[in-house]
Ligand binder design. Structure first.
Ligand code: 5AD
Ligand code: SF4
Length: 480
């Protein structure tokens, strides 16, 4: 009989997460191996994983699903009927946390009717002490909690839960290592997410990510290229290179082989479409633009978060960016990459953001005329420097600013989309539209959502003549 590892509970500690050690990052290639008991643990059981937040979480959820599938569990698409439910959570803003808490409430109620239900929480929320306090004491029913660095332990966690009937809490606060060769699982058959780096060392003053995701750790470039080539062989057509700040790729490995080198090597694999997220405007190597202009399989799309148009606010955000530097970067992108779609992230209501600061954001927006923007009201995150600032701006003012900004976002989205009416674009088909089953939906090479009539299948490339535009999408007809 194989021994079951008895797990001790490990609780998060933000102060540990804050202090970056000089500890070398370990590359662990052979950490994951299931015992024969673990391979059978999920037989005759179904699972449901709900994902909140960013693409890093989406990719983690795929890994979790891969692990559960290897353990014999079968995916269910109805959380109310599943035997095991896992919430992979996000901590970036309070509303993301509130959604997960709402779902936990629903699961608690369900468990009263179904005593055998097992459910747990993972992802960014449990990396914070406060979550464990809020969840651990309030929801006695929760079976397990694990952090972003503990995914590989899931088989042992579930064994402890099912066999010892024990509540397991496993949240490492150290920076984390790079764990390779976890079970591979892909939600989509033609689009894939490929991690290139983990963590963030930038510590923007409002942001919880450097605490929840650890220090920057780049994956080995050969492992990344191998993954892309495997995906290509399997018929994948679109990949997204993922990292909290992809431009920092390689810095932790000595900095000789940087993001621009990786991007070029990935382009050379010949996979049809490649994009990346997220790139921040600092250390955005201008050579990246040259490489993007050179390789047609690098998509004409850049997400370049600026957060504010006010240099005073940017300084307080610990993102000391000069607006002119940002504008010249945008100018170079537009000059060299034809029809490049540019989007950004903006936070309104950062502590003590004045009307003048906000007007500068509006001014910047009008100048750049972004294709799209993700806009947020600042949400204090306990443990970050900005959260301890006394803020004199009331919520109503912040909401008004958001409304005003969103009007502009809609206006320029439509304005940019109108430019494509009458043109023919190549579209990678996702499938039927969720709102209208007679319509197909997909994306252009410059990441525009295209709804169109035609007879293509998911994963096909088709030509679509654009006949009209909506606020955030284009409409068209497939060209025969
Ligand atoms: N409040 C509001 N928005 C935030 N973001 C990050 N942290 C916060 C916060 N505390 C936004 C930033 C970032 C995006 C992923 O989320 O705009 O780029
Ligand atoms: Fe957060 Fe700034 Fe790092 Fe982005 S770069 S994850 S906003 S700390």
């Amino acid at each position: 009989m194989e021994k079951i590892i008895k797990l001790e509970n490990i609780y998060p500690d933000l102060s540990k997460a804050r202090s970056r050690g000089s500890k070398a990052i370990k590359y662990l290639n052979n950490l994951f191996e299931l015992t024969s008991a673990q391979k059978k643990l999920g037989l005759k059981k179904t699972f449901f994983v709900r994902t909140y937040g960013c693409q890093a979480n989406e990719r983690d959820s795929e890994t979790i699903k891969g692990i559960l599938t290897a353990m014999g569990f079968v995916q269910s698409n109805d959380w109310k009927k599943a035997n095991l439910v896992i919430l992979n959570t996000c901590a970036i803003r309070q509303n993301a946390e509130d959604k997960a808490f709402g779902m936990l409430g629903a699961l608690k109620a369900l468990k009263r009717k179904n005593k055998d239900l097992v459910f747990g929480l993972c992802g960014c929320m449990p990396q914070q002490e406060k979550t464990i306090k809020e969840v651990g004491h309030f929801f006695k029913e929760i079976n397990f909690i694990f952090g972003t660095h503990n995914i590989y332990e899931l088989p042992a966690i579930l064994e402890n839960v099912y066999k010892y009937k024990k509540q397991v809490i496993r949240v490492y606060s150290h920076e984390g290592d790079v764990i390779e060769n976890l079970p591979d699982y892909r939600e989509n058959k033609h689009k894939a997410l490929v991690n290139i780096m983990y963590g963030c060392d930038h510590f923007c003053s409002y942001c919880i990510v450097p605490y929840t995701r650890g220090t920057i750790r780049s994956r080995d470039s050969l492992a990344i290229i191998k993954e892309v080539l495997t995906l290509k062989k399997l018929g994948y057509k679109d990949i997204t290179l993922l990292g909290q700040n992809v431009n920092s790729y390689g810095i932790d490995l000595g900095g000789k082989y940087r993001f621009v080198n990786l991007l070029e090597d990935v382009a050379k694999t010949g996979i049809k479409r490649i994009r990346f997220a997220t790139s921040n405007p600092w250390n955005f190597d201008e050579e990246i633009i040259d490489v993007m202009a050179k390789y047609p399989n690098l998509m004409a799309y850049i997400h370049l978060p600026i957060q504010s148009g006010s240099e005073a606010i940017l300084k307080k955000m610990n993102r000391g960016m000069k607006i002119n530097t940002y504008l010249s970067l945008i100018k170079k992108i537009r000059k060299q990459i034809k029809n490049c779609t540019i989007s950004t992230d903006l936070i309104v209501g950062f502590p003590n953001e004045s009307d003048k600061d906000f007007k500068q954001t509006i001014k910047l927006y009008k100048k750049v005329k972004f294709d799209n923007a993700y806009t947020f009201i600042y949400s204090p995150r306990i443990g970050t420097p900005a959260a301890s600032v006394v803020d004199k701006i009331d919520l109503k003012t912040k909401q008004k600013r958001l409304t005003k900004l969103n009007e502009l976002v809609r206006k320029y989205s439509k304005w940019n989309n109108n430019k494509y009416i009458g043109k023919t674009l190549e579209v990678l088909v996702d499938g039927k539209s969720k709102t209208d089953t007679n319509t197909l939906t997909g994306y252009s090479h410059n990441w525009k959502v295209i709804n169109f009539t035609g007879n293509a299948k998911p994963g096909d490339f088709v030509k679509v003549k654009i006949t009209g535009s909506s606020l955030f999408s284009l409409n068209g007809k497939q060209v025969k």
